[in-house]
Design a binder for this molecule. Structure first.
Ligand code: FAD
Length: 1379
């Protein structure tokens, strides 16, 4: 009998009192309700409620009805199309009227046999897929898939379909909703990640290099769902389909993951074979046999102390020699600076305390002994064949190779986690030949030939025994022929006898192709050049080298020592500085720290030495007379370098067994020239020593050694006197923050010298995070070194930190710490930075009212502009709001002498000509295209100029005395051109003023540092995080930067470089208006050309002979195609003028308020959006229905970048909410010399996309080429927003403002008013913490990235989490591999 409350009839069921929904399950189409039913109370007419659970599930579809579903009078009454791509369409259906949608319909049409088989019911068997079965059956099956089957994936990846759905996109992968998801029900949320790498077809294609990709998918997936749906990390189940089509065939209709079909992403990421690259045991055995058994495992130096007991004999031996550099250099897995034995990022280590190796605590639990960065295996190298075998092994297995000699490297270049090391220590042969003739040459020289394992202590002893001198370093255990020699090699004799690289006669080297080569002045000359300063570990494995031997030298020596206090050190270093040039000329070399100076001279005699050293000796004697503690003066002569070295190394033992950060600077002769220079130098030295005590002045630059010009170290060595180092050490238990603190401490400390010296450092002893390291280490030689690297190591088998051609993304660098400010973007890591900043962009508005073909191409540059974007620039004591323009390169402001009509009507504050520092040069600047055009002319002045507080002295700028440019009537004082130096008319005028009209490329490029455009000069100072700026021109409702932000030196905060699509800047050859390569960098011409007719890598420059009216600075990029509403617009056939038809390119121009394109394409677009469009009627803009959205999209780098439909149209007339006009598109000139682009994409495009402009290396673009990055900011519901805007306008009785129906635009105050207000611009954290600067800008509230608003509408991305609702939910992200 049923319970009295049981609802056995509909009447009773209808009495259900609903309380709440307690569960829902879209998979089973069920809801579970909680409520109650009434039950009569015995003996009474009353009733009481009894709790009840009701589960309602939709019944299965009736197979008997299958044939009646679709027909004129079929069961399905109504449908709605959801999406259709390629052969797949999905819809929703209704089985009757006035009801919620009942069914979801997926259609595959045309369906192939495979589809039919896939969807036909089958029996399921589990098959264990062995690697062999995969190779024999599965792989051929997958390979045979016809392209059409994966076309839908291709379409998405190529940006041809479903782009409005994309939630995240990077060059590597995209995330978007799976088609099985209804896009609404959060509890069944289902997203897919599609990877761009077509070589990943199944799980079995995943390799170690893909782990970072998988991690990025995990990271971005979590971020997307957090930001879009407020779902926490635990809500997601992420898995990889194992070739889904194949298995889905058996699981049709199943959503989610099924054992055997899917594998958890986390599990895959943690798989050991993926993490280790895992060559098999067989592989290792084969290698071992190839190297005659000399392959062994890396065992940390301190290992016995963790495994054999702290008091064991083995551990006591370790304790005793823990800080002994010779002992360490004899052990394969030991390094002199112990951080390079550890993994700094994961803290995997096996260390003792260097201050007290007898302290047991480092070995006590939970401390463990881990391999850290120590190579997993070592080959004890004895022959060239050993090295060749290692290269073959590394090429095949991808196990990273390192070359380890003594392990002295300060930058960790001789260790790497999970690597194979070539240990050269036992190549100890050494011989002397008084008549050494390099192979293939004829000239004989005395030469000492050393095996790659010989150390300086051994070499000096050998030289002493043979009565000769060889020039080496100041430490006995550093290797002769490894990193020391190949990185430069300085010593106290270098002043007169040269650097190591100056004295090398020959190398024997195995290059990564396995060839054993001889490199000298007569053969393999390029390799010889590269090995003479290009850095160790880069071009090959040197097995031996021959160094020039000189006769023994007697050394005049003066040593002054005392216990240091700042005043005394100041006096000592002032004496060194005051006499620096003279002593360098006389041949003095040596060392100095805060309490000692040791000077030696191999080319002097006692009398001359005494006279010369008088100031130093007098100082020492005075200290002695004054009774200063430990004051000593030694004046003596040593009969040879060896005898001096023995004495010296007795007292000067290197710090080893510690972890150490170092930084270096070369101090040029210029720093000694004037009293002011010398005083600045001494102050810089004292400040650096105070910041990080332990500064060493190495008087070891080859300042009086005649250079052969054949070495690849930076030429700055030749004009330098000192090389200065600073250090900061830490012990075994330092935290990550503390380690980062030490690295940044030395970097900040050396900044005291960076500020006053040229950009030059010694690569072996430099800041691990040396900014602009290519220039600092190699100067102008870097491009040539890169070419040689590519020639000899095309498969990139050798790699090391900040080495020529390195790949910062390589997993071998996983143990290097990011800089203190947490730079984790390894993509841009090589261009370290000191700062980047945001400047709010101010928008000036004027109503749009112009005729087609009657508009200037430039916002603010023409009479009918509608929107100006300005930023404040400080010129001396005044602030000017200037229009930002990526289409030009010059800064100008209107002066008080301007009397043209445009100026007369302007209320903008003018720059007073009378107070200006004029250069005597005039300039005329032209803007616009052939139908429109404006000018600005006047004098060139110099002024300290700054943006966001970053000041550049003597910045040339235009003081405009005449202009027809109407921007000055809209509270805009001038223009800030952000184009390349090569397009700067002011730089050109300055250079011609200095050198006359026959200016060559070299003069022009060199002048960039002093006369170039403001932002280029700031970029060249190395002060920026990255040499770039980015621009967002959003409406205030579309975020990132509110009204817009000009971000200099970095991307806006929260924007990841990998989320942008980066494309190269178009390069012009000389015939097309480009600039030929300078003599100092001839290889900036690319051979073979990158594209036909493009043989220069210098970005785009009008050769000076080109008409001065031609603007040639171009942020110009390739366009893959132009699309309207998803269909490609036929490319233009209008012939270019005087140049060959080339690729289709577009100028990205913030100074252009509209979109400009070729007339035939523009007309074709108008004909589609405006059926009655008449090309002959230039008086009227094409009318378009206001509420019909049109998407004009530009395909760039394989991805679509649409213009928001709201930016495509504008209102036609007051009160008209029906008909609008397509007024943001007009036609422009055909390509011509100096202007090869067909499209110019102005503000509508920039409002829809964040665009990053990356200058790269402005003098050596091949080192770091210019490029542009794009990120679409168009919300996925932009169409709806347009319709809503029109609807709102109708309801409000106002004309639609499609750009923003609710926005109130305020005309900004004038520049003079702006000067009165202070706002705070926040800079990114620097090593010393967050810096804020106060600058005078405009009075409106700042819109820096710190106040980014979340765009809840923006499906494409939002920068901060939007917390709308959240509940635990089982959601999915599936990584769909290509099937
Ligand atoms: C205590 C101390 C004192 C120093 N004094 C001086 C000095 O007076 N003057 C000076 O100029 N420098 C000096 N240095 C810096 C020294 O030049 C560098 O540390 C140098 O990198 C050491 O080279 P290495 O071969 O001995 O060391 P390793 O760490 O074994 O190697 C350093 C780099 O060279 C590469 N390498 C090593 N051998 C080979 C080879 N055979 N073929 C190709 N690449 C190879 C390695 O892969 C690595 O990239 C000193 C360093 C220390 C620690």
């Amino acid at each position: 009998m049923s319970h009295p409350a049981a609802p056995t009839s509909l009447d009773k069921l209808n009495k259900f009192k609903f309380k709440r929904l307690i569960n829902e399950d879209p998979l089973t189409h069920s809801l579970i309700l909680l409520g109650s039913f009434p039950v009569p109370v015995d003996g009474s007419t009353e009733s009481e409620d009894v709790m009840a659970i009701v589960r309602i599930e939709k019944t299965a579809l009736d197979p008997a009805q299958a044939q009646h579903l679709f027909a004129d009078d079929g069961i399905v009454k109504r449908i709605a199309l959801e999406e259709s791509t390629d052969i797949y369409t999905w819809l929703f259906g209704w089985l009757g009227e006035d009801r919620e949608r009942d069914i979801k319909i997926n259609v595959i049409c045309p369906a192939t046999d495979i589809h039919i088989r896939k969807y036909t019911k089958q029996e399921v068997f589990m098959v264990r897929e062995t690697p062999e079965l995969y190779e024999s059956t599965v792989k051929p099956y997958i390979t045979a898939f016809p392209a059409a089957r994966t076309q839908w994936v291709e379409n998405i990846l190529l940006g041809l379909s479903e782009q409005n759905k994309v939630l995240y996109s990077s060059p590597d992968f995209m995330i978007l909703p799976d088609m099985k998801w209804d896009l609404k029900t959060i509890s069944s949320l289902y997203l897919v990640a599609l990877v761009q790498d077509r070589s990943i077809r199944t799980l079995r294609d995943l390799r170690r290099r893909h782990v970072s990709l998988l991690k990025a998918i995990r990271r971005e997936g979590e971020r997307v769902v957090q930001e879009k749906w407020a779902l926490g990390k635990g809500s997601l189940r992420m898995y990889v389909h194992y070739q889904p089509s194949y298995l889905n065939a058996n699981q049709a209709g199943m959503m989610g993951m099924t054992v055997g079909q899917a594998h958890l992403l986390d599990d895959i990421i943690s798989l050991e074979p993926l993490r280790s690259g895992a060559p098999s045991h067989k592989d290792w055995e084969a290698l071992k046999s190839a190297v005659n058994g000399r392959l062994f495992e890396g065992v940390p130096f301190a290992h016995p102390c963790f495994t054999q007991g702290f008091n064991s004999t083995e551990c006591v031996a370790v304790q005793t020699s823990y800080v002994d550099e010779v002992a360490r250099s004899n052990v394969a897995a030991a390094y002199i600076q112990t951080q390079w034995e550890t993994c700094q990022t994961s803290d995997d280590r096996c260390l003792l305390s260097y201050t007290d190796p007898r302290d047991q605590s480092p070995t006590m639990p939970p401390n463990k002994c881990g391999l850290g960065s120590i190579p997993e295996r070592f080959i004890d190298v004895r022959t060239a064949e050993d090295v060749a075998a290692a290269f073959r092994f590394s090429k095949r297995t991808k196990v990273p190779l390192v070359i380890k000699n003594t392990g002295h490297d300060y930058k960790g270049r001789s260790s790497a986690p999970r690597s194979l090391a070539l240990w050269t220590h036992n190549l100890k042969d050494i011989s002397y030949n008084p008549d050494f003739v390099p192979e293939g040459c004829s000239k004989a020289n005395p030469g000492v030939t050393v095996g790659a394992g010989v150390q300086w202590g051994e070499a000096y002893a050998f030289a002493e025994a043979h009565n000769i001198t060889i020039v080496g370093g100041s430490d006995r255990s550093v290797g002769v022929a490894g990193g020391w020699l190949q990185g430069g090699g300085h010593g106290a004799l270098s002043n007169t006898m040269g650097l190591g690289v100056d004295r090398v006669l020959e190398f024997k080297v195995v290059t990564p192709d396995g060839h054993y080569r001889t490199a000298n002045e007569c053969q393999n000359k390029d390799l010889f050049f590269a090995l003479r300063g290009g850095g160790g570990g880069t071009f090959g494995v040197v097995l031996e080298s021959t160094l020039l031997a000189s006769p023994q030298v007697t050394l005049q020596t003066v040593i002054v020592a005392f216990s240091p206090i700042t005043a005394r050190t100041n006096e000592l270093w002032s004496i060194l500085a005051d006499n620096g040039l003279q002593w360098a000329d006389e041949g003095w070399g040596g060392f100095s720290t805060s309490g000692i100076a040791i000077l030696i001279n191999p080319g002097s005699n006692k009398e001359a030495a005494s006279k010369s050293m008088e100031p130093l000796v007098d100082f020492g004697r005075r200290l002695q007379r004054e009774g200063v503690a430990s004051a000593q003066v030694i004046q003596t002569e040593f009969p040879s370098w060896g005898t001096f070295f023995d004495m010296f190394t007795k007292d000067h033992v290197a710090v080893v067994g510690s972890s150490l950060a170092l930084a270096s600077r070369l101090i040029s002769k210029r720093n000694f020239k004037t009293p002011a220079n010398r005083s600045a130098l001494v102050s810089g030295l004292l400040a650096a020593d105070a910041a990080t005590p332990g500064l060493i002045i190495l008087i070891s630059a080859p300042s009086s050694f005649p250079s052969t010009g054949q070495t690849s170290v930076t030429d700055a060595w030749r004009s330098s006197v000192y090389h200065v180092t600073v250090v900061s050490a830490w012990n075994w238990n330092a935290t990550v923050d503390e380690k980062q603190g030490h690295y940044s401490a030395v970097s900040r400390s050396i900044d005291n010298l960076r500020a006053i010296t040229a950009d030059a450092a010694y690569l072996n002893e430099a800041d691990v995070y040396e900014p602009n390291y290519q220039v600092a280490f190699w100067g102008e030689h870097y491009p040539e070194l890169l070419r040689i690297k590519k020639k000899y190591d095309p498969h990139h088998l050798l790699d090391c930190w900040q080495c020529v051609g390195w790949n910062p993304k390589s997993p071998r660098f996983a143990c290097y710490l990011p800089e203190e400010n947490n730079v984790t973007d390894w993509d841009v890591y090589h261009s370290y930075s000191k700062q980047g900043f945001d400047i709010p962009i101010q928008r000036r508005v004027q109503s749009r009212n112009y005729r087609r073909r009657d508009v200037s191409g430039s916002t603010g540059l023409g009479v009918d502009s509608d929107v100006l974007y300005t930023v404040p620039v400080e010129l001396g004591n005044s602030v000017a709001a200037v229009n930002i323009d990526t289409g030009s390169s010059d800064l100008w402001v209107v002066s008080d002498a301007c009397q043209t009509d445009a100026c007369k009507g302007s209320s903008v504050a003018r720059y007073p000509l009378s107070t200006a520092k004029l250069t005597g040069t005039d300039v005329k600047l032209l803007y616009g295209d052939s139908t429109t055009g404006t000018f600005a002319s006047g004098a060139v002045g110099l002024e300290t100029t700054s943006v966001a507080g970053v000041a550049i002295e003597d910045q040339p700028f235009g003081l405009i005395n005449a202009t027809d440019n109407q921007i000055v009537q809209f509270q805009t004082a001038g223009i800030l051109g952000l184009g390349f130096p090569s397009g700067s008319k002011i730089q050109e005028a300055r250079v011609i003023g200095k050198f006359g009209p026959q200016v060559n490329t070299d003069d022009f490029i060199r002048a960039t540092a002093t006369d170039g455009p403001l932002l280029s000069r700031i970029a060249m100072t190395g002060e920026l995080e990255q040499p770039m700026f980015s621009i967002t021109l959003q409406r205030s409702t579309i975020d990132i930067g509110g009204e817009g932000v000009l971000t200099v030196g970095k991307l806006p905060d929260g924007v990841d470089s990998s989320s942008l699509t980066w494309v190269p800047v178009r390069l012009y050859d000389v015939e097309n208006g480009g600039l030929g390569p300078p003599i100092f960098a001839p290889d900036e011409a690319s051979s073979p050309p990158l594209h036909p007719g493009e043989n220069t890598l210098i970005p785009i420059r009008p050769g000076l002979e080109v008409s001065t009216s031609t603007q040639c600075s171009r942020w110009e990029i390739d366009l893959d195609g132009v699309f309207l509403d998803g269909r490609r617009v036929v490319d233009s056939t209008i012939p270019p003028v005087g140049v060959n038809p080339g690729r289709i390119t577009a100028l990205i121009d913030t100074g252009n308020s509209i979109l400009r394109g070729p007339e035939d394409m523009v007309n074709a677009i108008f004909k589609i959006v405006s059926p009655n469009f008449d090309p002959a009627n230039v008086d009227e803009n094409p009318p378009v229905p206001c509420s019909v959205p049109h998407t004009l999209a530009f395909q760039i780098g394989g991805k679509m970048f649409p213009v928001d439909p709201r930016d495509f149209i504008g209102p036609r007339a007051d009160g008209d909410t029906t008909t609008c006009v397509a007024d943001t598109l007009i036609d422009t000139d055909a390509p011509r010399k100096g202007s090869l682009y067909r499209w110019s994409l102005g503000d509508p495009f920039l409002k829809s996309n964040l665009v990053a402009f990356y200058y790269g290396n402005l003098t050596h673009p091949s080192v770091d080429p210019p490029r542009i990055g794009f990120l679409s900011t168009v919300p996925s519901n932009a169409d709806d927003l347009l319709r809503q805007a029109v609807e709102d306008a109708k309801n409000n009785g106002a004309p639609p403002d499609p750009t923003n129906s609710t926005e109130t635009l305020v005309v900004a105050p004038t520049a003079s008013a702006a000067a009165a207000a202070d706002i705070t611009v926040s800079l990114p954290p620097t090593p010393s913490g967050m810096v804020t600067r106060t600058v005078n800008v405009d009075a409106r509230p700042p819109t820096s990235t710190s106040s980014v608003k979340v765009d809840s509408e923006n499906a494409a991305f939002a920068l901060a989490p939007s917390l709308r609702f959240g509940f635990w939910v089982c959601a999915y992200i599936a990584l769909l591999l290509l099937v």
